[in-house]
Design a protein around this ligand. Structure first.
Ligand code: HEM
Length: 388
């Protein structure tokens, strides 16, 4: 626990301290969770204004009591029993994407599969109609760099155009959905909750969430999946064990979320003078809570740097946060990661990381995942050749 003058944040690194900060959303407000690390220059703000951009608090950065009231109203679709119905389409997508490269012997899994599928799954989950989904997919929004990075002035201008267009498109689609709010999907649930409880789910939330939820659901899951394959393929023993015994898939997913989660740090702001890990923090102090570090804290984890797919407490990791704001989509992400791993260990157990790759990440303080992940294999050895 220390203050970093360079960041302007109190940095929390130990497992118990990180957990205690997540556990208390009143003393440690999440209101700064989506604050831009690098403020936008006035020209960028002008661009956003042109598109009517007006991102307000959503869920992740909302304070109590509004947050919990809203969360309770919107939780149903995220419950495991209501997610089961999405699994067959995730599996179909995984199989279709793999069919495209199965006989090639080489693929960049980020570009050819893991970037796109979580976006499609998120759009299905939200209930966005297919034409709307096609429109939204055009926006490769540099949301990560915009919120958590240090973009240059030029980058900020380009990002603002993209974010502005994304905002407008998302809101046009939302208006079309609102014209007939009877559809199925979480965004329709949210529209109906707004109609029944406009104070708890206000208009501004509806507009902001339509955009924010895609960022929450998409890149996080794409990155976590790529990190998982990178981790397991870098440790051949773990990969081979999963191939031999696919029953290990759920624990392998959890262990990969622990050692290589896709959100490595999150933010809070102290609402009063307080203390964390014996260090005094003033009211208004900003905290950077480093889950990646907590997930490898030797005070909590035995052999924290080992990838141990038999670890029985791997699911205690803090990659999804903890407490009142813990990730609502965690079971969607887990389901996708399990399905992807299952398809690969059955259809391409002999893949290996291509030589000479370096893990390149977008420079930012929260999101972690490789920009590319090239794997190779001998198509003649594909199990489906001998056992279709
Ligand atoms: C919140 C991580 C996938 C929806 C969060 C938080 C983290 C996180 C760290 C903040 C927790 C806190 O403040 O305590 C992740 C990771 C994912 C993932 C690592 C993938 C591996 C998803 C998906 C969805 C989603 C797929 C939706 C389909 C949300 C929502 C919140 C949230 C709605 C706000 C919850 C609240 O404040 O009550 N997530 N997320 N996430 N996430 Fe995720």
């Amino acid at each position: 626990m220390f203050y970093s003058p360079e960041l302007g944040y109190w940095v929390v690194t130990r497992y118990e301290d990180v957990k205690s900060v997540f556990r208390d959303p009143l003393l440690f407000s999440p209101s700064n969770a989506l604050e831009k690390v690098t403020p936008a220059p006035p020209e960028a703000q002008e661009i956003l204004k042109k598109y009517g951009f007006d991102l307000q608090r959503t869920m992740v950065n909302e304070d109590e009591p509004q947050h919990m009231e809203r969360r309770r109203l919107l939780l149903d679709a995220f419950l495991p029993e209501n997610l089961i119905k999405h699994e067959p389409s995730v599996r179909n997508l995984a199989r279709q994407y793999m069919d495209r490269f199965l006989d090639k012997g080489r693929a960049d899994l980020v570009a050819e599969m893991f970037y796109e599928i979580p976006l499609t799954v998120a759009l299905h989950f939200l209930g966005v109609p297919d034409d709307g989904a096609e429109e939204l997919k055009q926006f490769a929004v540099a949301h990560t760099l915009n919120t958590w990075g240090r973009p240059t002035r030029e980058e900020q201008l380009a990002i603002s155009e993209n974010v502005g267009r994304f905002w407008k498109t998302a809101n046009d689609i939302l208006d079309r959905m609102r014209a007939d709010p009877t559809g199925e999907g979480w965004m329709y649930d949210t529209i109906r909750a707004h109609m029944d409880h406009p104070e708890a789910v206000p208009e501004s939330y509806l507009r902001s969430m339509m955009m924010a939820i895609l960022a929450a659901a998409h890149e996080t899951t794409s990155n976590a999946t790529s990190n998982m394959f990178w981790t397991l393929l870098s440790d051949r023993t773990a990969w081979d064990e999963v191939c031999e015994n696919p029953a290990l898939i759920p624990s392998a997913v959890e262990e990969c979320l622990r050692v290589a989660g896709s959100i490595v740090a999150w933010r809070r702001i102290a609402t009063d003078d307080t203390e964390v890990g014996g260090v005094k923090i003033p009211k208004g102090g900003k905290l950077m809570i480093v889950q990646a570090s907590a997930n490898k804290d030797g005070r909590y984890w035995e052999n924290p740097d080992d990838i141990d797919i038999y670890r029985d407490n791997a699911a205690d990791h803090l990659t999804f946060g903890y407490g009142a704001h813990q990730c609502m989509g965690k079971n969607i992400a887990r389901m996708e990661m399990r399905v992807f791993l299952d398809e690969f260990v059955r259809r391409l157990p002999h893949i290996r990381l291509a030589d000479g790759q370096t893990f390149r990440n977008l420079p930012n303080m929260s999101f972690r995942g490789p920009e590319s992940l090239v794997v190779e294999w001998d198509p003649a050895l594909n199990p489906e050749k001998t056992d279709p």
